[in-house]
Design a protein around this ligand. Sequence first.
Ligand code: MN
Length: 317
Amino acid sequence: MSNLATDSDSERCRCRAHATPAPELLEARAAEIGPGMVVRRVIPHRQQRLVGPWCFLDHFGPVSLEPPGMRIGPHPHTGLQTVTWLLEGEMLHRDSLGYEQLIRPGQLNVMTAGHGIAHSEESPDKAGGAMHGLQLWVALPDAERHRESAFEHHAALPVVHEAGMSATVVMGEALGERSPATAYSPIVGVDLALDDTGGRELTLEHDFEHALVVAEGTVLVEGFEVTPGKLCYLGTGRERLHLACDAPARVMLVGGAPFGEDILIWWNFVARTAEEIAEARADWAAGRRFGRVEGYDGAPLVAPEFSGRPRAGGGSS
Ligand code: MN
């Protein structure tokens, strides 16, 4: 995938003294996931390849798409889970296990690629319209990454309403609630809808590594202004997080136990070695391993040439 913007330098905030380090603000970069579809690629960042097991985070929109809207043809994945979270619009998922699933805001699609799966994503009825969301990947730990592929749709998730905030527990456990989604390592993902009635404090899992992205609005995170297009890296060892805004805002907090394994990301594959990536690429090109996606009106994606030197930062979606 093409990287349309150069990485800019990170900005380490230095202000008042904190018991824990100040948040670190890292610039997202623009990435093209399809013709004319440019997204903010927040993770991986060259300074932050992973946050817990989260290895990929694209923020797309808000945009109003002309018909036919979003169209991402069949493409393969290995070694990861895709986590699709919409804030606006609808998306139709099809995969090589035979699932066809419409997803709406507040609902969750989790696809466990394991050894290999293929899927397509598109605007229903080729209609276009409003689209705003997050596409995330979770790296599977070594013991789980070759498992059978699976798909789950959760039509509703736990939502916690507190003063000034509604929190949807997308993955893992937060605010006393647990997401029904299957996870293979300690993880958290929480969507926070903040209103403008002042600050609020969240309790974090001390041993987790955390980061957040602002999807909408402007949020003061421990007093530092965070807007869309930044990765706000929070590190580990943080037990409380202070958030404030003076207009409604939307935040995705992600985290988990530090992953502790070196991964390679190339195109839509998460692997450990260049040989594994070359094999996955060859299997996709030859129509092996990943199965067929039925019902998508268009061609499958073709993998780029593989130089044998994978780097973090690939990904169709
Ligand atoms: Mn995908």
